[in-house]
Design a protein around this ligand. Sequence first.
Ligand SMILES: [Zn+2]
Length: 149
Amino acid sequence: MSTLTLPPVAKSFYTLCKKCEGERYHRVLAHKTSTTAKIECEICKSVKTYSLPKTGSDAPSARRLSGAAATGAAKKAAASARSHSGQYEIFTSNKMNETAVPYSIKGSFKESQKINHVKFGIGFVTKTYDEKIDVIFVDEVRSLMQNRK
Ligand SMILES: [Zn+2]
């Protein structure tokens, strides 16, 4: 629909009258602005301001955009939940020729280091803290100690 215009002054048009609680003919008394006019109900003679309905579809399109973004975030979260085995495989192939360092709580480990845990087997350090490391094993990521003398 193109730009709406007000009905001309002295013309009557059909619109809702709140006083009559129904659709009534209203006579245009004067234009107040380009989108509002002073009108008078032909039945109850009440005078009110009529405003043209606002055009433009900015709000619905913005809502569509944020909806798409939300869907994308949900997909990303689902993908990261499924990625554990993928992450472990990447480490395994990248570190194929690296010798696994036997794990010990007295040891000091570096990020992405390949370790060999007596119980959990081959793992890769994903994050290091002062006295702790996060290690990805084939089944899950475990938090292990390090630097304990
Ligand atoms: Zn009325």
